[in-house]
Design a protein around this ligand. Structure first.
Ligand code: PLP
Length: 406
């Protein structure tokens, strides 16, 4: 039915899911799989967490949506929690990740004009190659992925795109006095889990401070314990001026995203200048509070850190036994394996992307769901509630499948 009646804007693995619990999902035939995508890291707390079911249903019985035309009794509680958790003065709730990035762009530009003194309509935001921040026409204007851009122009001006993981490129771009923000992901998830060199984020922060430029960090995929810390920026003790979060803010129950900033940035936007009918609704606020509390109560950052080490150790051991997988990289439980593009594969498999796709089909047959991202890279990101025993079982599946390939 999806093929016939739905737009063809995705190419799903051929599996139809009907139930989820913790690290597992089940298909219509009752076959159980480990979920190694976690809805692109939205389901860090595991599928259908009982505490989130309770928070959602209890709030749904009371009040779901007021719009921001009135106060509601849940939003303030969620705002206080996120501000205290991440160390900021103010939060601005939206729904999707793309919307949160759009919000950050507007805040950065407005700050550039009203605080930095950039001449009207001249503000520049510096992005990096291979970024992924969402799908709106403004966001794709800064994309370097042809499939994101092709056929969707004209594009929004005001972006300069520089090399990722290059401090000299940042230094050069930020010398332009019209730059209001540097926009980066601490690890590029969609691009294929690219981890920059140690010190890159700290240098980026320092260069931003030197040039009076806002550091705008998209932690939608890396945040909320995924990489083994509450935020990936914490690895380098970096404090972005604009912190962008989404996905696991709801544990997969609702689209919830937000931007965090201190007053001198957040208060540049005045009533009526930005908003969303659903952003900050009481249902989302109640779910968000519970979702963050679960991450803390269940020590998910610590678990991700510890099991990430186990996972990469197992994958590195596997790499020694095969020439099909050449590399594992990542932090915490955001990892990817890279498929050898020079592998002499079956004749039917004519490209490394096809090998990655076929490997994922074999993983699925063996009870593990993952999907290639960008050709020959397979992202492996289970829910953070996974146990050490389960991680080993999953590594056994991956190893068995990889070693069974010629
Ligand atoms: N930013 C990053 C880093 C992401 O990984 C994603 C989604 O994968 C987005 C933004 C877009 O989020 P959404 O799909 O909720 O709009």
């Amino acid at each position: 039915m999806e093929e016939k009646y739905g737009a063809h804007n995705y190419h799903p693995l051929p599996v139809v899911l009907t139930k989820g619990e913790g690290v597992f999902v089940w298909d219509l035939d009752g076959k159980r799989y480990y979920d190694f995508l976690s809805a692109y890291s939205a389901v860090n707390q595991g599928h259908c967490h009982p505490r989130l079911i309770r928070a959602l249903t209890e709030q749904a019985k009371e009040l779901t949506l007021t719009s921001r035309a009135f106060y509601n009794d849940k939003l303030g509680i969620a705002e206080k929690l996120v501000c205290e958790t991440f160390g900021y003065d103010k939060a601005l709730f939206m729904n999707s990740g793309a919307e949160a990035n759009e919000t950050a762009i507007k805040l950065a530009r407005k700050w550039g004009y009203t605080k930095k003194g950039i001449p009207a309509n001249q503000a520049v935001i510096v992005a990096v190659k291979q970024n992924f921040h969402g799908r709106t026409t403004t966001i794709i204007s800064a994309s370097t992925d042809p499939s994101a851009q092709s056929g969707f122009g004209p594009f929004m001006p005001g972006f300069e795109v520089v090399d990722y993981d290059s401090t000299s490129a940042i230094e050069k771009a930020l010398a332009n006095p019209n730059v209001c923000a540097l926009w980066i992901e601490p690890i590029q998830g969609e691009a294929g889990v690219f981890v920059p060199h140690d010190g890159y984020l700290k240098s980026a922060e320092k260069i931003c401070r030197k040039h009076n430029v806002l550091l705008m960090m998209d932690e939608i995929q890396t945040g909320i314990a995924r990489t083994g810390k509450m935020l990936a920026s914490e690895y380098e003790d970096v404090k972005p001026d604009l912190l962008i979060l989404g996905k696991a803010l709801s544990g997969g129950f609702l689209p919830i995203s937000l931007v965090l900033a201190n007053d001198e940035v957040m208060l540049v936007i005045k009533p009526g200048e930005h908003g969303s009918t659903f952003g900050g609704n009481p249902l989302a606020a109640a779910v968000c509070v519970e979702a963050l509390q679960i991450v803390k109560d269940e020590n998910l950052a610590e678990n991700a850190f510890k099991l990430g080490l186990v996972f990469r150790e197992r994958m590195n051991a596997l790499i020694k036994k095969t020439n099909l997988v050449t590399l594992v990289r990542g932090k915490g439980l955001l990892n990817a394996i890279v498929i050898n593009d020079k592998h002499e594969s079956d004749a039917a498999w004519n490209s490394e992307a096809e090998i990655a796709w076929n490997l994922c089909l074999k993983f699925a047959e063996n009870g593990l769901l993952a999907k290639p991202t960008h050709g020959n890279i397979i992202r492996l990101a289970p829910p953070l509630v996974i146990t050490e025993e389960q991680i080993h079982e999953c590594c056994d599946i991956i190893e068995k499948v990889v070693l069974s390939m010629k």
